[in-house]
Design a protein around this ligand. Structure first.
Ligand SMILES: [Zn+2]
Length: 570
């Protein structure tokens, strides 16, 4: 194809509303244009990338026995009411009415639709296992859509659902999908890591997320560097053995001490000359069930996902200064568990083990020393609510763990019988006994994978596409359109490569070479062939690798073979 005829509207300026690099580069390189907040047009280059990722996904799903189907985007409210999610899904669900006033939603996910389909069509164990998938637009009415394709309100997903007789069958399906996902992201040329994850709102038991590692990632991944241990988890979910003292000290009597202006752990540590592992940090939260206090050691942070589970609440927000003063009688920085009333108290396992601890006195500029959990205060729950960070010991092998940022591009879930029970999707076994079908669901954010690929592969000049998902492999650039020899040679190379099945573009625009080179780097074609008078005088052309910057001078008759070798190596 010819650049002069393709819609590739590149921009020199960075768009003002684009915060992350993938969004900036996709707009600047002419891949996407906004239609509404979080809703985008995909221009020819972007659509080619979408199709390539979809093709890789499709091949790997089919290889594992997946059957591609297409379900409706518009879903009737009745099914969501039957599963109980119509009311709990919240404002992220795009809701609409038809002309008769009947409620519908735009599908954010398809558990209800597919379970309804399967309960109507599957009745016998002979029809199981079944793996059904689709690649389709999904909708989520984000409060604040941002980051371009990273967090849109309309996005493309592959979702596969597995249907099995029992847990063992589910394990087989789950492992198939885990393997397929590993192949997919490897084939896309991405650096990624599967991690244990929290099951969140969809519900379920086992789940892994596939994270593309990138500095800009919103998620934190904690992992064990020791081989072959390989423990890796989303920090929301990560666990680490508690750091417990060898024994209890003789409890001393509680004392009030004056700590003027000491609000933070660092300040209290300095004022009272105690280690942060002696300090009990008390953090107050507001929930739909009222106030709650979370107690962790001074050198720890609260994992709010774990806390939310411990409290069994949907809403969890740090209490504001007014609420803290109202609940404790003291300004922020001096809350403590002794005498604290009117709230649910959750104590971290490590806090329960501290002897003669320091904590806030619920009184301005005052702390308590020699506080002993159990003797001086009680709690509703004692459990692990710590946020695991870099350096914490691995739960499997105790090696200090490391941290990385990641972008979630895929997730595999064991749903079990959560949906089949409420929607009554059952099968009959050999003896005619009825059982709920055991389900799993497996998603890949196709458009998000594009954004993640860019977040992981760019430099100051633009995108650096992994070859397998690049919109085109090669661009041929004649330096001067006015030079007949250059144009003839460039056209001939373009034709030869096209006929050879290489995805090649020719930049035939009557532009200055600098403009053509800048655009080529911005769009990120993996290979650039430059036809200029200097090298032509020696009978050669220049082949430049976008990623390494490596330049090879080749005769025209060597070129096709070399390009073919590079492409087939990916
Ligand atoms: Zn380990």
């Amino acid at each position: 194809m010819r650049v002069s005829q393709l819609l590739i509207p590149t921009l020199r300026e960075t768009p003002a509303d684009a915060e992350v690099i993938s969004h900036q580069l996709m707009v600047r390189a002419g891949f996407i244009r906004k239609a509404a907040a979080g809703v985008y047009n995909f221009l020819p280059l972007a659509w080619r990338v979408v199709k390539k990722i979809e093709q890789i996904v499709r091949e790997e799903m089919d290889r594992q026995g997946g059957q591609e189907i297409m379900m409706p985007i518009i879903q009737p409210a009745e099914l969501w009411q039957e599963s109980g999610r119509w009311d709990v899904y919240g404002p992220e669900l795009f809701r609409l009415k038809d002309r008769h006033g009947r409620d519908f939603c735009l599908g954010p996910t398809h558990e209800e639709i597919i379970t309804d389909l399967v309960r109507g069509e599957v009745s016998s164990y002979k029809q199981l296992p079944l793996l059904l998938y689709q690649i389709q637009n999904k909708y989520r009415d984000e409060r604040r859509p941002r980051f371009g394709l990273m967090r849109g309100r309309e996005f493309i997903m592959k979702d596969l659902y597995s249907f099995d007789r029992d847990e063992q069958g589910l394990d087989v399906s789950y492992n198939k999908m885990y393997a397929a996902y590993t192949n997919i992201f490897s084939r896309c040329g991405l650096v990624f890591r599967p991690v244990e994850a929290d099951s969140g709102a969809i519900g379920g038991n086992d789940t892994h997320e596939f994270m593309v590692l990138a500095e800009s990632g919103e998620a934190t991944v904690v992992y064990c560097p020791a081989e072959p241990c390989g423990y890796a988890a989303n920090s929301e979910r990560a666990i680490s053995p508690p750091d417990l003292p060898a024994g209890r000290e003789e409890p001393a009597p509680v004392q009030e001490v004056s700590t003027p202006g000491s609000r933070t752990v660092e300040q209290v540590t300095a004022a009272l000359k105690v280690g942060p592992d002696r300090i009990i940090k008390t953090i107050l939260y507001e929930t739909e069930k009222g106030m709650a206090a979370a107690l962790v050691r001074g050198d720890r942070e609260v994992n709010e996902i774990k806390l939310q589970k411990a409290l069994d609440v949907l809403r969890l927000e740090i209490a504001g200064p007014e609420a803290v003063t109202k609940a404790t009688g003291a300004p922020v920085g001096f809350a403590g568990p002794v005498g604290l009333k009117g709230m649910t108290v959750v104590v971290d396992t490590e806090v329960e083990a501290i002897s003669n601890a320091v904590c806030g006195a619920n009184k301005n500029d005052t702390h308590l020393i020699n506080v002993n959990p159990g003797r001086d205060f009680s709690w509703h729950k004692c459990t692990d609510i710590r946020l695991v960070r870099q350096g914490f010991p691995c739960p499997n092998c105790s090696t200090p763990m490391e941290e990385a940022r990641g972008i979630e591009v895929g997730q595999v879930f064991k749903l079990g019988t959560k949906y089949s029970k409420v929607l009554n999707a059952v099968y009959l076994d050999e003896k005619g006994i009825s059982h709920p079908i055991v389900m799993g669901c497996y998603g890949i954010g196709v458009t998000r994978t594009i954004a993640a690929a860019i977040e992981q592969n760019y430099d100051q000049n633009g995108i650096i596409w992994p070859l397998a998902i690049a919109p085109f492999h090669v661009i041929v650039i004649p330096v001067s359109n006015k030079d007949e020899l250059q144009m003839e040679t460039a056209e001939r190379i373009y034709r030869t490569l096209s006929e050879d099945g290489v995805e090649v573009l020719i930049d035939d625009r009557n532009e200055r070479p600098g403009v053509k080179f800048k655009d080529a780097d911005l769009v990120g074609y993996p290979l650039r062939i430059t036809v200029g008078s200097k090298t032509l005088a020696e009978g050669k052309v220049e082949l430049r690798h976008r990623r390494s910057g490596l330049v090879e001078l080749l005769r025209e008759d060597e070129l096709t073979g070399r390009v073919r070798d590079i492409i087939s190596a990916c």
